[in-house]
Design a protein around this ligand. Sequence first.
Ligand code: NDP
Ligand code: BG6
Length: 515
Amino acid sequence: MIESDRHPFLEGLSKHRGAPPTIIVIFGASGDLTTRKLVPAIYNLSYDNLLPANFTLIGFGRNPISDEEFANIANDSVKNYSRRDLNTNVWEKIHSNIQYHSGGYDDFNAFKTLAEKIDKIQSKNGQDSQILFYLSTPPSVFEPILRNLGESGLSSRNLHTRLASKVIIEKPFGRDLKSAQDLNNIMGSKFEESQVFRIDHYLGKETVQDLLVQRFANNIFEPIWNRQYVESVQITVAEELGVGSRGGYYDKSGALRDMIQNHTMQLLSLIAMEPPVSLHPESIRDEKVKVLRAIQPLNLDGDHSDVVRAHYSEGLIGGKKVDGYLQEKNIPNDSITETFAALRLSINNWRWKGVPFYMRSGKRMARRVSEIAVQFKKPPGILFTEGNRFDVASNTMVVRIQPDEGITMLLNSKIPGLETRTQPVKMHFGYATTFGSNTPEAYERLILDAMIGDSTLFIRGDETEASWKIITPILDYWSDCGRQGLESYVSGSWGPLASDRLLWDKSHEWRRSGP
Ligand code: NDP
Ligand code: BG6
């Protein structure tokens, strides 16, 4: 590793350096995620000397290509998508340990031959390895893969030892509550829960992990983190990108399944949960799931509906004209899939009763920004209230997940001058300024955690079901309504006007500005 590349992230990873020998098998070898994220993540882990000495990557896919052809594709994906340039020495270290296995995901024979390939690698290495299966395919093939892993005996290799097989499964975990339960059942019949790593890459983002630290390592927040002081909480996950080449997948999914059920619900759990009794994975996940269970059923129709859905029409992104959703590749021109969803949620517990939690996520929005804004109640209007001197804003803590990662506090300050006039000002902490840039990507951290068996940043089975319990009635209702109630928003805007209406009951507004 090059010294100038050192990042504070690397200093705290002593336990991660002890990952056992590992063979990672990525199903969906030619996929978008494998190409853009997983292979570059493995390269960067190798760059930082975080891979175990005996490490092999096996790409599993349907195309009949050779090991060398797959290694060349992997090399291109590092060149095109890695956060660091390709370093020949680092590449040579992993190059010789890249293999490819061709076969169908529902072909039992392909799994038998995979097991033989794994045996050969182990006998060549002279030691056993843990096998880490990464399901990076469309969810439609999760089930046959899991069945074949079970039936071929691959799922139970070295069970109850440090080298037990593990499985990372991509989101979305199911399409609704019933399918998530079914998937959990199949999972449970082939793997023990300790072997299962349901991934949500938002949990691998440094800023998301920092939520717990900010809340529980600073004593100033806990006393005011409740309904007495908090006016509302807003969670925004906005993207400038449209559906791009993923139309086939996206049109069957939509914003609610693709983003809200997982990423934004995870952000909500972390911002609203009670302090865990320890940092043990189960303690943290116990508290997260309690928050989800306390969320009240939503109003779905009428003027007081708690949900809004819309898809984008043509507009301007970065000054360039972009197509509307219905003109995108692989999108039927009568599609009613939402690319934007906004929700108003109530958490019925002692801490949060009466505090609205607003969340929204959309594609082709004005700016790429993921943030959580905790808006505090205003002080009583006794002082600073006369004439034009009054501009007392609500104190707001904005946690910027990405980009420009950091935390901003909005405070009120005196404008210099003879009169006492106030103005909102910002106090800012930026990750890049404090810790340097080039922070490792979420997938690096998560693959590493799965290798050492730390499930803290992964979703537990009951957690995903608790989230689907909130989301499924909305999906059912929308399905009954068909096109009715589906709004439209101009690409490059902040979403449909209807989403503003969600906040009017309490005279709140969505945040539109920058950090
Ligand atoms: P892709 O559509 O690119 O598919 C991945 C691979 O799966 C394909 O290259 C192909 O591999 C195999 N595959 C595709 N369709 C089928 C099919 N019908 N039957 C059998 N195999 C198929 O998906 P992504 O890579 O975009 O996503 C993979 C998973 O990761 C999904 O669950 C997705 O939700 C999740 N995800 C993706 C993100 C992204 O940014 N792309 C982000 C977060 C999660 P081959 O031809 O080699 O067999
Ligand atoms: C994925 C969604 O889970 O997250 C994509 O499937 C979305 O549609 C992506 O673009 C956003 O991730 P990030 O890390 O770019 O915010």
